[in-house]
Write a protein that binds this ligand. Structure first.
Ligand code: AMP
Length: 398
């Protein structure tokens, strides 16, 4: 089945046309600067990358350009749009009401709308993409794959914040977790790759990228994850602080004479690796290069990143009362050899020894713990687009 996978941001739209049976990507690309001047980057597999500058006042024009590119007689990969059998949309927030992917109908649209205040940057953009596809390809099934859904199996003791209960009652303030599509995909792949028993398995997935989160998965179901009400909680990320004492907000706001909204913006955009490295970079590669040349600011940032991962792994081993496998994924997890080395070398207490040679691998399934380790550690690349394609095809074929 040909599935068009769509991931809309407020001014951007990423897409891939994937065949769910062969897993082959026919074409992919990106619309940028929607609402401004507009630019489409289109890449058919095996063909030349094309860049087209054209006005895209809304997501509807952007999707229209993508569809035109897909059926273009010279560089397109489809004869007609009839060959697109379904559209899979990445949607950020499904709140507490949605625990799985679903075929989009009026009810699902209302839930995505209701969750706009929980995901104010993403949910409105996701809705624009959904409406544009419904308008331009009437009658085709659209499926929503939610970033929060996989984490809905967390027990109450894991998702509740210890604040007055009325805030949960009134506003549903709780931990939701994000990157769920990746955690679901990678935990399943890890079980398959390592030949674990799906009904008797404890897996920790460390999705480490520009945004990072870690999850504890028992028998394929998420029992805890590091991101919270928003994607700010948890690990040290590219520009996000992750965990901190909430009183820090009030303290800095008073000292700097700024309001909470500005402070939260600083925690989202100027903190994490960027903040810790005194503004050097939010990108791991830049920091690693600087660190290798003796830059102390870069070293501090990388040390804090690794230390937080080590602490979370320990807490999830405790939460699950054991662990069978730990999987590294995401841009850093799949590629950053020194991060995996620092983390895995701190897990000796679990009977894990790093296989230094295997750890030189990048971007492919690979066991990086020695065969005599009591817990298996592996690199398991994520593929969120393929996961969205598979979930869409599965739902549509039911
Ligand atoms: P993501 O958000 O998953 O695309 O991951 C982005 C992060 O992965 C950035 O911090 C990159 O520096 C890091 N990254 C990507 N490729 C590599 C690589 N080959 N080696 C080390 N880090 C990498």
């Amino acid at each position: 089945m040909n599935v068009l996978v769509v991931n809309c941001g407020s001014s951007s739209l990423k897409f891939q046309l994937i065949n769910s049976e062969t897993e082959a990507v026919a074409a992919k690309g990106l619309c940028e600067r929607i609402g401004l001047d507009g630019r489409l980057v289109y890449q058919p597999t095996g063909g030349e990358k094309e860049v087209t500058e054209a006005a895209m006042p809304t997501h509807t024009e952007a999707i229209k350009m993508v569809l035109d590119a897909l059926v273009n007689p010279n560089t397109g990969v489809l004869k007609s749009l009839d060959e697109v059998e379904a559209i899979g949309h990445r949607v950020l927030h499904g709140g507490a009401k949605i625990s799985d992917s679903c075929i989009i109908n009026d009810e699902v649209i209302s839930v995505i709308e209701e969750c706009c205040d929980l995901g104010p940057l993403h949910n409105p953009a996701n809705l624009m993409g959904i409406r544009a596809c419904m308008e331009l390809m009437p009658g085709k099934p659209n499926v929503a794959v939610f970033d929060t859904a996989f984490h809905q199996t967390m027990p109450e003791k894991a998702y509740m914040y210890a604040i007055p209960y009325e805030y949960y009652d009134k506003y549903k303030v709780r931990k939701y977790g994000f990157h769920g599509t990746s955690h679901r995909f990678v935990s399943k792949e890890t079980i398959k790759f390592l030949g674990l028993d799906p009904d008797n398995s404890k897996v920790i997935v460390a999705h480490l990228g520009n945004g990072s989160s870690i999850s504890a998965v028992v028998n394929g179901k998420c029992v805890d994850t590091s991101m919270g009400l928003t994607p700010l909680e948890g690990l040290v990320m590219g520009t996000r602080s992750g965990d901190l004492d909430p009183a820090v907000l009030d303290f800095i706001c008073k000292k700097e004479n700024i309001d909470v909204t500005e402070m939260v913006n600083i925690l989202n955009k100027k903190s994490g690796l960027l903040g810790l490295s005194k503004g050097l970079s939010s990108d791991f590669r830049d920091l690693n290069e600087a660190r290798e040349q003796g830059n102390e600011d870069a070293k501090r940032a990388v040390d804090c990143l690794c230390y937080r991962i080590i602490k979370y792994i320990g807490s999830y081993v405790a939460a699950m009362n054991g662990v069978d496998a730990i999987a590294f994924t995401g841009g850093i997890g799949e590629n950053a050899i020194p991060v995996r080395e620092a983390v895995v070398k701190s897990l000796g207490y679990l009977g894990i020894t790093l296989d230094e040679e295997a750890n030189q691998t990048r971007g492919e399934n690979k066991i990086i713990s020695t065969p005599d380790s009591k817990v298996t550690v592996a690199i398991v690349p994520t593929n969120e687009e393929l996961a969205i394609c598979q979930e869409t095809a599965e739902l549509v074929s039911k």
